[in-house]
Design a protein around this ligand. Structure first.
Ligand code: SF4
Ligand SMILES: [Zn+2]
Length: 333
């Protein structure tokens, strides 16, 4: 990867193809991550887990953004679903000026579905009424608990503000994908699961899809500092599976998860031996919604159970696997 100083504002940060769903069908999706001037909230501190400011360049111009669109069009092979991420808010005009946004909608007007994400403050009823009906808006609610949002995440908006934006999006006839953060810092594994489950129930009334995003430790963040000091462990894949199992059949929205950094120490992980199988199970479930797809077995499940008991007894959300040898927490047969 090029160093930050070598990156050009006229180049896309990344672009790839993946599977997703449009119109109830599994389909190919083109994902483009645009380099913009950056998230307005990140400039004043930002969220504790977010390292996206590394993907932004303040000097990005309209011409640069147009070049980035040209690159995406070069790669575009008629996928029915296009996802446009900016590492910030697509609807913040300082990141994506109106003229660029209009061009994107025009270039991809043949798509079944377009998805872009935004903080709630940019999603006014006036703006939403002008968007194509193929639009899905992704909202980074993260948690429905105002205290968690404020103190653990530093989100800079409230759950109620996110909900109001979700309702405005629905009123405009568009779709909502809500992101929930599994395991914000300072929450134990058990508290984190409970938080995500409660948040999904909160979000269900204004969401077509709920994407559970297990925390992935990004460079240069508050969470990375905690992790380096042994005060944070990324969630277990067992916790993600348990959240999906408990939510399955209790919400209307499609449940999904496509974890970044899954199976690595910085991302959601188990013992290492079962990680691939467990992540594949979550992926299958994200498409099928069938909880039987979540069936995974590995001896580390009992370590995860002991880990949660130990967190409770010790009253800490620190990384106990680094304080104690994980093997000590495996019950004797
Ligand atoms: S998580 Fe989103 S809102 Fe928070 S700082 Fe990052 S880009 Fe901005
Ligand atoms: Zn395992």
């Amino acid at each position: 990867m090029k160093g930050k100083d070598k990156r050009l504002p006229s180049e896309l940060e990344a672009c790839w193809r993946e599977k997703d769903m449009a119109g109830g069908q599994v389909c190919d999706a083109l994902v483009m991550i645009m380099r913009t001037s950056g998230c307005c909230w990140a400039k004043s501190g930002g969220c504790n887990m977010c390292g996206y400011r590394n993907a932004s360049l303040p000097q990005t111009t309209v011409e640069d953004l147009n070049r980035q669109i040209d690159q995406a069009l070069f790669k575009y092979k008629g996928e029915p679903f296009v996802k446009i991420y900016t590492s910030g808010s697509f609807f913040d005009r300082r990141e994506i000026p109106e003229v660029v946004r209009e061009r994107i909608f025009d270039e991809f007007k043949g798509c079944k579905r377009i998805l872009a994400e935004s903080r709630p403050e940019f999603l006014t009823a006036d703006l939403l009424s002008t968007l194509p009906k193929t639009m899905s808006v992704a909202l980074g609610l993260e948690s429905a608990n105002e205290e968690v949002l404020r103190t653990c995440i530093n989100k800079g908006f409230t759950a109620q503000e996110s909900k109001a934006a979700g309702e405005r999006i629905k009123d405009a006839g568009l779709r909502v994908r809500t992101y929930l953060l599994l395991k914000p810092p300072h929450l134990t594994e058990k508290a984190a699961m409970a938080d995500t489950i409660a948040s999904a129930h909160f979000a269900d009334c204004f969401s077509d899809e709920i994407s559970v995003n297990p925390l992935n430790i990004q460079h240069g963040t508050v969470v990375e500092r905690l992790w380096k000091r042994g005060e944070f462990r990324s969630p277990w894949i067992w916790s993600l599976i348990e959240v999906m199992k408990q939510l399955s059949g209790t919400v209307h929205a499609r449940l999904m998860s496509s974890p970044s950094g899954g199976g690595s120490q910085r991302g959601v992980h188990n013992c290492g031996k079962c990680d691939r199988e467990a992540l594949d199970a979550v992926e299958r479930f994200s498409f099928s919604q069938d909880p039987r797809d979540l069936a995974v077995t590995c001896e580390c499940k009992s370590t995860w159970e002991c880990y949660m008991k130990a967190e409770q007894v010790l009253g800490t959300a620190a990384d106990l696997g680094r304080t104690f040898n994980n093997d000590l927490m495996i019950p004797k047969k």
